[in-house]
Design a protein around this ligand. Structure first.
Ligand SMILES: C[S@@+](CC[C@H](N)C(=O)[O-])C[C@H]1O[C@@H](n2cnc3c(N)ncnc32)[C@H](O)[C@@H]1O
Length: 187
C-alpha cells in the first residue's frame, strides 16, 4: 500500500531532494545535526558531487561522519553556517537549512535569527542561477518564533525579479508546526 505523502516537513523535504538534486551537484547542508539530510544528499550527488556540511556542535559533526563513513564526496565543518563563504568558493546548486536544535540534545544550542539571516544571505550569494535554497523553520519554541518572524520579513523583501520565494505550511495542524520556505535564484 502507498505510504503517507503530505504528512510532515521531513517527507516533503525528501521528496523535493529527490526531485531537484542531481548527480554531480555541489550542495550545502547548513545544519547537519544527526546527518540524515547530509547522507541523503551525498547518496544523490554521487562521487562526482560534493556536500559541505556545517554544524556548531562537534557531537553533530561526529554523528554525521559516522553516517557517511568512507565516502569522498563530503566535507564537514564544525563552524557556524554564517561563515560558509570562508570555506566554499564558487557557486553551489542547492542549500538546505533545518533550523532549531538537535532533537534529544542540548536545546539551548539552537539556530539564532541573527546568524541564520547572515547565513541565508551568504547562501543566496553562493547559489548559482536556478539554484534552490530550502529552509525548514520551527516556530514552536521561543527562539524559533523570533527566527521565523525575522525570516518572513527578510524573504518577503527579496525582489521577485531576482528570486521566487514560496512558503509551504500545514495550515490545519496545531501548535505552530514546522514549515518550509523554498527560494529559487532566478538570475
Ligand atoms: C534541527 S537540527 C538539524 C537536523 C539535521 N538536519 C538532521 O538531519 O539530523 C539543527 C542543528 O543546527 C545546529 N546549529 C545551531 N546553530 C548553528 C550555526 N550557527 N551554524 C551551523 N549549525 C548550527 C545545531 O547544532 C543542530 O545540530
Amino acid at each position: 500500500m502507498r505510504g503517507k505523502i503530505i504528512e510532515n516537513v521531513t517527507i516533503m523535504t525528501k521528496m523535493m531532494l529527490q526531485m531537484v538534486v542531481k548527480e554531480g551537484y555541489r550542495c550545502i547542508d547548513a545544519t547537519t545535526g544527526n546527518g540524515h539530510d547530509t547522507k541523503f544528499l551525498s547518496d544523490i550527488v554521487g562521487p562526482e558531487g560534493m556536500v559541505y556540511g556545517f554544524d556548531v556542535q562537534e557531537q553533530a559533526i561526529e554523528m554525521t561522519k559516522a553516517q557517511l563513513e568512507d565516502r569522498s564526496n563530503y566535507k564537514l565543518i564544525c563552524d557556524g553556517h554564517q561563515n560558509m563563504e570562508t570555506y566554499i568558493d564558487g557557486p553551489v546548486d542547492f542549500v538546505i537549512f533545518n533550523l532549531g536544535y538537535l532533537p534529544k540534545a542540548d536545546k539551548t544550542i539552537t539556530t539564532l535569527k541573527e546568524t541564520t539571516l547572515e547565513a541565508i544571505e551568504a547562501s543566496l550569494r553562493l547559489l548559482k542561477t536556478h539554484g534552490i535554497l530550502w529552509v525548514v523553520v520551527y516556530p514552536g519554541h521561543d527562539e524559533g518564533a523570533e527566527e521565523s518572524e525575522a525570516l518572513d520579513i527578510y524573504l518577503k523583501g527579496l525582489n521577485q525579479k531576482d528570486y521566487s520565494v514560496m512558503k509551504s505550511s500545514f495550515i490545519n495542524q496545531r501548535n505552530n508546526p514546522p514549515y518550509i520556505m523554498a527560494i529559487e535564484k532566478k538570475c
